[in-house]
Design a protein around this ligand. Structure first.
Ligand code: NAD
Length: 280
């Protein structure tokens, strides 16, 4: 099964499907990532906040996959937005992952009510990691359209991606449209709505008709819409199931039926980025 690659606005390429490790316990992470590598995943999405970068690094070190076939993303913790802290935290990320260069590094949350509303100096600091060659790409996560506009206006540096909550119950169309208008690719987090998408009857009916699982149908919906996804599971059979989504397609009518499950703001699972202010 070949995972399509997407070319980002900085000319780098990213596998459209990856493996997410939020809520994977540190001691389970190496095995989960190794299971994903075994199935064929080459793109891993971690974060400083997940406290499992070392496990990802251990799985990379134990594998014999050439570095240029892997795509590794991590994210700056909310406690490290000040430039000096961000630099130090980024050094730590490279060390924990055992990498000289990361493929993609993101500001995890904009925290517009913290740090005197300054996420611009944080963004400039991330851009310096591309300049010094230690990040191939940098981007943002959970940025609302106004946040995105502001960093672009004030720095001229356009993020490669904006990783935001998107799933059948919350299609986040305003943010996806803003991303597209700037040439920023959308990464859809919680693509299975943290498991809730597999219980939906509309998705279930399509899955039965296509002889696929509900998870595969929900993930395929994202793929058809062009977003980058990295579903999470620690169960080897599900890790494999979630990878097997490139040998079937959905009709436009099926895509539309799943898109119609959108509940607007009520469908959001995670916090609203305009007000989220959690600093661990
Ligand atoms: P997800 O939508 O990927 O759902 C994961 C859950 O769905 C699993 O815990 C399991 O309960 C269930 N599941 C997975 N595969 C299944 C299958 N085949 N059949 C039935 N159930 C299945 O949720 P997620 O982990 O929140 O999101 C994926 C990734 O997105 C994370 O691991 C992380 O990398 C990223 N993420 C980023 C942010 C952010 O703020 N940037 C926030 C949340 C998640």
């Amino acid at each position: 099964m070949t995972v399509p690659t997407i070319t980002l606005n900085d000319k780098t390429t990213i596998p459209q499907l990856g493996f997410g490790v939020w809520q994977v316990a540190p001691e389970e992470t190496q095995a989960a990532v190794a299971a994903a590598f075994e199935v064929g995943y080459r793109h891993i999405d971690t974060a400083q906040m997940y406290q499992n970068e070392e496990g990802v690094g251990a799985a990379i070190a134990a594998s014999d996959i050439p570095r240029d076939e892997l795509y590794i993303t991590s994210k700056l913790n909310n406690s490290f937005h000040r430039p000096d802290d961000a630099k130090h935290a980024f050094d730590e990320t490279l060390k924990k992952l055992g990498l000289e260069q990361i493929d993609l590094f993101l500001i995890h949350w904009p925290l517009p009510t913290k740090y005197d509303g300054d996420f611009v100096s944080t963004w400039k600091t991330l851009a310096s990691f591309v300049e010094d060659g230690r990040a191939a790409s940098v981007g943002v996560s959970n940025f609302q359209p106004a946040h995105l506009q502001r960093i672009i206006d004030e720095t001229g540096v356009v993020p490669a991606v904006n990783q935001v909550e998107v799933h059948p119950f919350f299609d986040n169309s305003e943010v996806r449209a803003a991303n597209a208008s700037h040439g920023v690719h959308t990464e859809a987090w919680s693509p299975l709505a943290q498991g809730n998408a597999v219980k939906d009857p509309v998705i279930g009916e399509i899955a039965t008709r296509l002889d696929r699982t509900p998870a595969q149908v929900a993930l395929r919906w994202h793929i058809e819409r062009g977003d980058i996804i990295f579903p999470k599971s620690v169960t080897p059979a599900r890790i494999k199931e979630n990878f097997e989504i490139f040998d079937f397609t959905l009709t436009a009518a099926d895509v539309a039926a799943i898109s119609a499950l959108d509940q607007g703001a009520a469908g959001r699972i995670g916090p609203n980025p305009d007000t989220f202010d959690w600093i661990p």
